[in-house]
Design a protein around this ligand. Structure first.
Ligand SMILES: *Cc1c(COP(=O)(O)O)cnc(C)c1O
Length: 405
């Protein structure tokens, strides 16, 4: 009997362990040299100018919203098909949250819905200050289109790229984002080519891990500096930013605004930096597992993930859709069947607005029907680099058995 197969799992190597042990034996466990080394390495991998590491992606999202001056009276929009952290970040700043329904094919924020909601908000005088698109399952959102809208309506963009380190998309030279062949430049998620800030997560189920951790990427030096300061209490040691004080007093640092302790330790950074060496291999493994699912599930009454032709997903998740409309089997039956045969499937996502806390804020069932429908159909199958041939076969056999194929 196989042990329970999780939907995601980290892959830790001897080198990863050695990197962590080296920090443990070094003088600085935190605020040492490894955090900036990790920041520079990931920024260079993505093609961004700056990386700012945090103790989680949630902290990074919070600080990104603050760095873009989100506060009471402001609106922040995100996708309902995401983890609660994408929306909570705005609430931490006292801003208001609203959602834009998803596209039924990509499961990402719908550009049509965003376009019409922006026109409506402009008429009502409540345009968002920040929009947070989420690259669901690792498939990049249509960033050129969102960026164009941000220029028209003046909002800022924070990409929640928690699923998408290593993913990329093509921008066509004519500026179009349609599927017109392969001409165009290849853009890595995290390069911030079409956003102000991008956020990665290094939770162990994500693509690379630092235990807990996150990073904000940006090309704007002022935003990087502000995020660094806010991650560490709002304290500066830069003399040019300090307020004038009595020359006879010692002022080697000053708190100039209200920040937090959201720092990543060097222990965590060492793990993340070491994992970065295998990022491309991890993505390759995920893509090959996804391809195998695509092929093997073709004969079953299941909808497999659609791959946008101008982008390359990092396949953080492999969500399939099951519906009694197409068979006489429900999503819940599939979920329970798979759990009972040792496959720890999951659901991504319960739409954020349907959580009791968000209902308490006034959201209702029916507000974002495409995301709600996806929640009633989707099941996340296991996908992670160390998924064995035997485990994969077990999953495929179980699915065939369930559908009586
Ligand atoms: C995992 C995740 C987060 C939160 O990441 P943490 O590092 O656990 O704080 C935020 N948004 C999305 C879409 C995620 O999947």
């Amino acid at each position: 009997m196989l042990s329970m197969i999780p939907y995601g799992r980290q892959d830790i190597s001897k080198d990863d362990i050695e990197a962590v042990v080296n920090v443990l034996m070094s003088p600085l466990l935190t605020q040492g040299p490894v955090v900036p080394r990790y920041e520079r390495a990931l920024a260079s991998y993505c093609g961004a100018k700056h990386g700012v590491a945090f103790n989680s992606a949630t902290s990074a999202l919070h600080i990104a919203c603050l760095a873009l001056d989100c506060g009471p009276g402001d609106w922040v929009w995100t996708s309902p098909n995401t983890f609660v952290a994408s929306a909570n970040a705005a609430l931490y700043c006292g801003a208001n949250v609203d959602f834009v329904d998803i596209d039924p094919k990509s499961y990402n924020m719908s550009i049509e819905c965003l376009t019409s909601k922006l026109a409506e908000a402009e008429r009502a005088g409540c345009l968002p200050k920040v929009v947070i698109p989420v690259h669901f399952a690792g498939q990049p959102c249509n960033m050129p289109a969102i960026y164009k809208l941000s220029n028209k309506y003046g909002f800022k963009i924070i990409e929640d790229a928690s699923h998408a380190v290593g993913a990329s998309y093509t921008q066509h030279s004519n500026g179009a984002d349609s599927h017109q062949g392969s001409l165009g430049r290849n853009i890595k998620v995290g390069s911030c080519a079409h956003s102000h800030i991008s956020i990665f997560s290094f939770h162990p189920v994500k693509i690379i891990t630092s235990g807990e951790g996150g990073m904000a990427m940006t090309n704007v030096p002022e935003l990087a500096e502000r995020m660094r300061r806010l991650r560490s209490h709002g304290i500066t040691t830069d003399p040019s930013l300090m307020h004038e004080r009595d020359k006879n007093e010692i002022w080697n640092y000053q708190q100039v605004e209200l920040g937090f302790n959201y720092r990543m330790t060097d222990i965590h950074a060492a793990l993340g930096l070491s994992q970065l060496n295998r990022l491309d291999y991890f993505i390759e493994r995920r893509r090959s597992i996804a391809k195998k699912y695509d092929k093997a599930l073709r004969g079953l009454p299941i909808i497999t993930p659609w791959q946008e032709p101008t982008s390359a997903s990092s396949y953080h998740l492999y969500p399939v859709r099951v519906d009694a409309l197409w068979t006489n089997k429900t999503q819940k039956q599939a979920y329970e069947f798979l759990k009972n045969v040792g496959i720890d499937v999951n659901i991504h996502y319960i739409p954020v607005h349907r959580h009791p806390f968000y209902e308490f804020l006034g959201f209702r069932l029916g507000d974002f029907p495409v995301a709600e429908n996806f929640h009633r159909q989707s099941i996340t199958l296991p996908i992670f680099p160390t998924l064995s041939q035997q485990e994969h076969d077990h999953i495929l056999t179980a699915l065939s058995e369930f559908f009586g194929a």
